[in-house]
Write a protein that binds this ligand. Sequence first.
Ligand code: SF4
Ligand code: SF4
Ligand code: SF4
Length: 297
Amino acid sequence: MANLTRREFLAGAAVLGAGLTPSAAQASGGRSPAPERSGVLVDTTVCIGCRNCEYACKQAHGLATPPQEAYEDRSVFARMRRPDDTALTVVNRYENPRKPGLPVTVKVQCMHCAQPACVSACIVGALTKAENGAVVWDTDKCIGCRYCMIACPFQIPAFEYHKALQPRIMKCDFCFERRKAGRIPACVEICPMEVMTFGPREELVRIAKDRVRRFPERYVSHVFGEFEVGGTDWLYLSGVDFAALQFPRLGRSPAPGVSESIQHGIFAYFIPPVSLYALLGAVMWIAKHSPESGEEA
Ligand code: SF4
Ligand code: SF4
Ligand code: SF4
C-alpha cells in the first residue's frame, strides 16, 4: 500500500461495493440506507477552481464539451451557475470572508442523500437509491412529471426542456456505470488537488472529523452532509461558514416532507392510486411507442 495515496486506497475499498443495483427497499425513499455505502468527501479548502472536474464529468456521461483547455476560462465565475441538463456538476467561486482576495471555489452536484426526497417524490419509481450510495434515474420509467425537481432540497434535478421527444431528467449519477466497471468517479479521478476522497461514507465522516480536530484554524467545525436532511453521501469541509458558500440551511430531518405533500396533493383530488398509476402507465406507453419516438409497438 506504500505507493497508494489515501484517496486511491479508499477508492479501492469502495469499488468492492460497486456494481450493486438499486434495492427495492431503498427505492421507497432510501429509508434503510446501506451502512457500507460509498460517498465522497469534498475538501473545499484545497480546490483551485481549475474546473477539470466539469470536463471529466461531461466526458464520462457523453455530454457535449469543448476541449479541456477551454475550462481554464475563469470568466464563468462572474455569475453563479447551477448544474443543468448540459452540466451535471459545476464549480462556483465565492468571496472569502476570512481571507479577502483569496476566494473559495466549490464543486456542486447531487448530494446523493441517504433518504432522498427526489426518490420519495417520484410516483413511478424512476429514481432509486442504490446500495452503493448512488441515486440513479431510469429513463424507461420516467413520465416527466418533474416532482423530483420540486422536492430536492438542493435544487439539483434538471429537465431537458429543449427536447420535444423523450426529454430526460438529468443529474449526477455518482458515475454509476463507471463504478459498475470498478472505476472511481470521473471527477475524483481527474482532480489534480485531490479535493475529493471517495470511499465508505462512515470512513469519510471519520476522516473529516479528524481533519477538523487536527486543523481547527483551517476548517469550520461542521461537516456538511453528516446530518443535513438525514445525512448525504457527499460530504463537504470548508474554511468558512457554509452559508457564505450558499449551502442551504437544512435541518436534520429527511426532506420527504415536500414530496409527501406533492403526493397528498394528488390524492386530495380523490384519484385512487391504482387508477392514477394505470393512467400514467398508459400515457407513458403511448409516448414511448408513438411513431415519432422511433420505438416499435
Ligand atoms: S478538479 Fe478539483 S481542484 Fe479543479 S475545480 Fe474540480 S474539485 Fe476543484
Ligand atoms: S440532492 Fe436532490 S437529487 Fe440528489 S439525492 Fe438529494 S434529493 Fe435527490
Ligand atoms: S460523480 Fe460522476 S456524475 Fe457525479 S459529478 Fe462526479 S463525474 Fe459527474
